[in-house]
Structures are given as C-alpha cells and as structure tokens.
Design a protein around this ligand. Structure first.
Ligand code: SF4
Length: 357
C-alpha cells in the first residue's frame, strides 16, 4: 500500500504533512512518488484565501479518473478547510464540503496527528519544528482559531529533545513554527511557565545547530526580552517576519489586530537600533472591507518608511465562519484590490525582493 500527500498553504501545513507521512510509514505504508500510484491520497488543505480552497475543489476531475482506474483508492481531506468545517456546530459547512467534494472518503481533524509522531522529513539540513498550535487572537479575517482551535504550547523539553535529535542526525538549521511564536508558553502555569525568548535561547545552545529561525510573530507580543536574545545570539537569523496586515489604525482595529501603526514602527525602529543587519518581511491584506483609498495610502506610506525585504500581499477574500465574513461587506472591487496589490508589489520590488501570494 502506498500513500501520497498533497500539501497546500503555509510552513505549518508542511510540518504537519511531514508528521502525517510519519504516521503512514509507521502503519507500514510506503510513500508513492506520483499520485497515480497511490492507494491513499491525503490532501492537507489551506483556507487562508479562496484561491487556495479553489485549487482543492479543482482536483475533483483528476481524482475521479484515478478512482475509476484504481480499486480501493481512498481520499482523506485534512488541514484548515476540514478543521473549519468540523468546528462549525451547525454542520452546514461540513454538508457544503461534502457537496463540493463528493470524492472525499474521510475528513480527518489535523489534531489527530500529535506532536509525539516522528516526522518524515525530506530535507536533510533544515527542519521545521512546531512549538505550538492554534491561536487565541481572533483576527476578524482569519480562520485559524476555528480551524486549529485555541493556542496550545508544546512542552519545552519535548522541543529541545527534538532539536537535539535533529542535531545528532546532522541537521544544521531549525525553524520554530507557531501561529504566534511570541505567545509561546503563556498557557503553561507554575513551574512549567516559560516564554519564547527562553525557548529560543535553549534551542541556540544545542550543539551542531548553526541557524535558528522562527515564524510567525504577532507585533503585539514581540518583547524587549526577545529583541535582546536575538541581538546576542548569532545563530538567530537576521530576517524577521512581522505581519503588519495594514498601515492604517482604523483598518487594524476592524481586523482586531491589537497594535497601532505607531507601535509597529517603534518596534521595527527598536529592533533596528539593537540589530543593525536585521531585515523585515511582512504579510499585508489589501481591500479589507471598508478600506478607503486614504486608508490604503496610509499603508503605502508605512511601506515606504519601513522598507520591507519581502511582503506576502493578499487580496482580501471573505473566509466562511470569520467575523469579517459575517459582519462586514466585501465592498472593495476586485479591480481596486488588484490596483492596491500592484502598488505595494512595486514598492517591495524597489526596496528588495518580493513574494506576493
Ligand atoms: S494572529 Fe490573527 S492572523 Fe495570525 S493565526 Fe491568529 S487569528 Fe490568524
């Protein structure tokens, strides 16, 4: 029996897929090189944008053809699309998924693939290391708190053991992953309580590991303590991904982001003053409901001021189940969203590399 995993979306999904591969190998299945030779297809979905979901729906024809040719072929759907639908108590979202994807045999919650699973990594130098799952922030556009649930930090010792084991096997680089790494440990109490800077320090101490990165940081939780640790630990990469989402305070408030543009600027100034060779990457959404041309111009001005090396620019699309989809009208036209996308894209191109999505 062979399995094939198709992954959509972010690094968190890539890390989850490596763990799922570990589960299937432990059950005695081998990895299929091509989808056509698989007995089980696992689709790890992303729900951040409509386009990512549409690509999953678009697999239907291909899957139905394989099913006609292969007896017993099974399709498992997991990841954020599944998580969001299973968390909908009315059952409507799951019903909708079943209607759109009648070719799915099983909807698998991603939480069933635990941290304790040994991941099957393809890369032999760099490893993704999850440190937490879920998120408590409820940004109004985002499905993560629904699809992945509330934030749960992974035990400190378990993470360090995994990094030590990676070093023993010759890995040189580790990227610590969480929806908001800066709030790592906040759900621990008593003697277990710890913080992300302490974890980062401990990971840097692992002999053999030469480079440490982390993703993603919420600006509201980026502490002075963390800045100090990055400044004194040469192993920590000097590229920091710090999603801004908008450069306008009214839009940030409607997004339920709990920082202001002034806070974001002060934070990047402070980091630059302590770490002279630092570079910033960001995520930004254009065309959020109600975003006026003037408010977008505030984002443009912020981009000019901060000069990002990389920006993931998303054109807003309502995600089912989120507060923005329920309460705000998607009132910026597609053409205007595209225009705003290109304005920011050009700015990032001028200041460095760009990475639009
Ligand atoms: S911080 Fe906001 S955008 Fe990031 S995962 Fe949590 S809810 Fe989503």
């Amino acid at each position: 029996m062979k399995y094939f995993i198709q992954t959509f979306g972010c690094q968190m999904n890539l890390a989850d897929s490596e763990r799922m591969a570990g589960v299937y190998q432990a059950r005695g299945l081998a990895e299929a090189k091509f989808l056509e030779e698989a007995d089980v297809l696992i689709i790890n979905t992303c729900s951040v944008r409509q386009s990512a979901e549409d690509r999953v729906y678009g697999l239907g024809k291909k899957i139905e053809k394989i099913r006609r040719e292969r007896d017993g072929f099974k399709v498992v759907l997991t990841g954020c699309v599944t998580g969001r639908a299973l968390s909908d108590k009315s059952g409507e979202q799951l019903k909708d998924l079943k209607r759109k994807m009648p070719w799915v045999d099983e909807f698998l919650p991603i939480e069933e693939v635990g941290f304790e699973t040994t991941p099957l990594r393809k890369d032999t130098q760099h490893a993704w290391v999850p440190i937490s799952t879920g998120c408590n922030n409820y940004c109004t556009y985002c499905v993560v708190p629904y699809s992945r649930g509330r934030e749960v930090s992974r035990p400190f010792e378990e993470i360090i053991c995994e990094v030590e084991e990676l070093a023993r096997r010759g890995y040189k680089e580790a990227t610590l992953l969480g929806q908001n790494v800066n709030s790592y440990g906040k759900d621990f109490s008593g003697a277990k309580f710890t913080t992300f800077p302490r974890l980062l320090e401990a990971v840097c101490k692992v002999a053999g590991i030469e480079k440490v990165r982390f993703l993603t940081s919420n600006p509201q939780d980026f502490s002075d303590d963390l800045i100090e640790v990055i400044a004194r630990e040469p192993k920590v990469d000097r590229f920091i991904h710090l999603p801004i989402q908008s450069g306008d305070d009214t839009v940030l408030a409607r997004m339920n982001r709990k920082y202001s543009t002034a806070h974001y600027k002060q934070l990047t100034d402070k980091i630059r003053s302590k770490i002279s060779d630092v570079e910033f990457g960001t995520d930004v959404i254009v065309g959020f409901p109600g975003e006026t041309k003037e408010q977008f111009e505030n984002t443009v001005a912020t981009f000019k001021e901060i000069s990002f090396k990389v920006a993931y620019i998303g054109m807003y699309s309502p995600r089912p189940g989120t507060a923005a989809a329920k309460f705000f009208k998607d009132d910026v036209s597609k053409e205007e969203k595209k225009r705003r996308f290109h304005v920011l894209d050009q700015l990032v191109n001028k200041s460095g590399k760009k990475k639009p999505v």
